[in-house]
Structures are given as structure tokens and as C-alpha cells.
Design a protein around this ligand. Structure first.
Ligand SMILES: [Zn+2]
Length: 143
């Protein structure tokens, strides 16, 4: 709903691509992610995952050039939040009603790692180098 301009305005929602249950006070390992499908800009990739776990991750990093934001972090934290460029996530997907293994890269990979971090109390700025927030990694995928 937050990605729909009309609903967002009517219900005073901040646009977001993901949320973890703990952010609304529900202490369960649940996350929801809705991101544009890189293969079809008309479509979204949607997941509602219970007990998500990263079962493999690339050595190569990735990060968003403009930094990350978070519904639970009202203030701005500039810097590159380093993530794995590619991951595989095993979870029970409530939308598909089955256990899935999701191979993720690009923006989806970053979003899944951001939300899964919430389940351990880790926020995106914990992934930014305090002494060198704009640190670059020549090997990384940058979006
Ligand atoms: Zn967040």
C-alpha cells in the first residue's frame, strides 16, 4: 500500500520496499518485501517470508550508492552499507504457502539482507564503516 501514491497519502504511509514484523512490535521472524521485477518493470516481486535464513552468500559485495533508508530510522545516515552481491535465502513463503529457496541479486538481494538483519536487531547503519562511510569497493556491484 505504501507504494500506491493515493493509499499512501490517505493512510499517511511512508513509501518502502520492505518491513520486518519486529518493526511493528511483532516478535516473529517474518519479513515482507515488494520490489520491482528487474525482468518486467510492470511487475513486482513479492515475498512474505517466515523464518528466512541466508544459506549462501557471495564473497563479492554490493551497495546502494545513495545509501539505504529504513522505516525504523527517521534520521539520515549517509554511507555505503555493504551487502553480499548475491545470496540464497531459504524461507517459508506465506504467499506461495511453501518452503522456497530464493536466489537473489541486485536490489532484491540488498532488500532481503536489510530485512533479515532486522530479525537480529541489526540496522543498515551498522553496516556502514564509521571511520569511512563513503568507502568504496572496486570489486562491488554498485546500484
Ligand atoms: Zn529497515
Amino acid at each position: 500500500n505504501s507504494q500506491d501514491e493515493e493509499i499512501a497519502e490517505a493512510e499517511n504511509l511512508k513509501p518502502a520496499v520492505g518491513i520486518a514484523a519486529i518493526q511493528v512490535g511483532i516478535p516473529r521472524k517474518l519479513i515482507a518485501v515488494v520490489v520491482p521485477d528487474p525482468d518486467d518493470p510492470e511487475k513486482n516481486l513479492e515475498f512474505a517470508l517466515a523464518n528466512p535464513r541466508i544459506i549462501s552468500e557471495s564473497v563479492q559485495n554490493s551497495y546502494l550508492e545513495g545509501g539505504e533508508g529504513c522505516l525504523s530510522v527517521p534520521e539520515n545516515h549517509e554511507g555505503h552499507a555493504f551487502r553480499h552481491a548475491r545470496i540464497k535465502v531459504r524461507a517459508y513463503d506465506l504467499l506461495q504457502d511453501k518452503t522456497v529457496v530464493i536466489p537473489a541479486e541486485g536490489f532484491l538481494s540488498i532488500c532481503l539482507q536489510h530485512e533479515i538483519d532486522h530479525l537480529s536487531g541489526i540496522l543498515f547503519y551498522d553496516r556502514i564503516d564509521r571511520n569511512n562511510p563513503m568507502k568504496e569497493d572496486p570489486e562491488a556491484e554498485v546500484y
